[in-house]
Design a protein around this ligand. Structure first.
Ligand SMILES: [Zn+2]
Length: 244
């Protein structure tokens, strides 16, 4: 397996792109992709599909956590290519992000100032994405036929309609950008790219109550037995917000 592909659980692979992770699930019904990386990550995703022993036509679902260009960059091309190969490739997106995705826009303004604002303008084209044709919207609590039951959880904060996915049977959580595991530290979404830090806190508390065995995030390595680190991250976020 290439260094870009990290086994998470049997049939579940983390695909490490240049900046962001996405996840490929291979089960008896075919392939499911969670998030779709940046545009430049397409070759890594195609390689992961190949390494799974499947073909692009086996891609039955593309699930999206939120409307950021680093999470949807390959969605349209994979949807089209899989369909051209005879596959279903249904693009399913959080209900609260659907309008933004259909418009090819982020679902919240970035609150950057000064040099950061200038820097973001320079890289904006890398994060731009074209309007997506979504096949279905995902509602909170919905149970998807993936991994024996994959629950949709609304986890607003990073963006207004951000959602996570939880496979209760294996304790596997796909947290999108509700948490990030960078620099050896787990953190909640915070700062310029966060729509609402208080909402992010509530969502993190909801996710930590699941006590996931394995947590997969958009950014950083997979975390196992994540509950203590989630508690520490929540406590740090509360201190940041001056909530006791
Ligand atoms: Zn992200």
């Amino acid at each position: 397996m290439s260094a870009r592909l990290m086994p998470v659980l049997p049939g579940v692979t983390q695909i490490r792109g240049g900046l962001v992770n996405c996840y490929l699930i291979a089960d008896a019904d075919g392939l499911v992709l969670i998030d779709a990386g940046m545009r430049a990550d397409e070759r890594h995703i195609l390689h992961a599909i190949d390494a799974s022993g499947h073909a692009l036509r086996d891609l039955r679902l593309i699930l999206i956590t939120h409307a950021d260009g680093d999470h949807v960059g390959c969605a349209a091309r994979l949807q089209a290519a899989a369909r051209a190969a005879g596959g279903a490739a249904r693009l399913c997106v959080p209900a609260g992000e659907a309008a933004s995705l259909a418009a090819g826009k982020q679902s919240r303004e970035l609150r950057a100032q000064g040099l950061l604002k200038v820097a973001l303008r320079l890289v904006a084209s890398l994060f731009a994405f074209k309007p997506l044709v979504c096949d279905a919207t995902l509602a909170d609590g919905e149970l998807l036929p993936v991994l024996g039951g994959l629950q949709v959880l609304n986890t607003p904060g990073h963006t207004p309609g951000h959602c996570s996915f939880y496979a209760g049977g294996s304790g596997l959580l796909f947290a999108g950008d509700a948490f990030k595991n960078m620099g050896g530290q787990l953190r909640l979404s915070e700062g310029f790219n966060t729509w609402d830090e208080r909402a992010a806190l509530h969502s993190a508390v909801r996710l930590s109550a699941l006590e996931p065995a394995v947590m997969c995030m958009g950014h950083g390595p997979v975390l196992r037995a994540a509950a203590p680190a989630m508690q520490r991250a929540i406590a740090a976020h509360k201190r940041r917000l001056q909530i006791s």
